[in-house]
Design a protein around this ligand. Structure first.
Ligand SMILES: [Zn+2]
Length: 93
């Protein structure tokens, strides 16, 4: 296992829209563009969750309840379905 030489946290999410009453106080963030299809995913997070991810807290600690595919999109931008299409479904073994 090698460690990244530069922190990735600051480039994970981009704030698209500030929280507002219309979004129940959630902020809209955009993840990185998917390296396979080129489309970036947008997602709603609480401002605290977004802040913690942007400041480098591990995504699985910020969003322990989130689906692993959601966490993967936040971390890498890569859609699980794109990954499967490219490399086949992950082997559970
Ligand atoms: Zn994709």
């Amino acid at each position: 296992m090698s460690h990244p030489t530069a922190p990735l946290a600051s480039s994970r999410l981009t704030l698209i829209e500030d929280p507002s009453p219309a979004t129940d106080g959630l902020a809209l963030y955009e993840a990185r563009a998917c390296s396979l299809c080129g489309e970036a995913t947008t997602l709603y997070l609480t401002p605290e969750q977004g802040y913690r991810i942007l400041t480098g807290d591990p995504v699985h600690e910020v969003l322990p309840e989130a689906d692993p595919s959601v966490r993967e999109v936040i971390i890498s931008g890569t859609h699980p379905h794109c990954w499967d299409r490219m490399f086949g479904p992950a082997d559970e073994d």
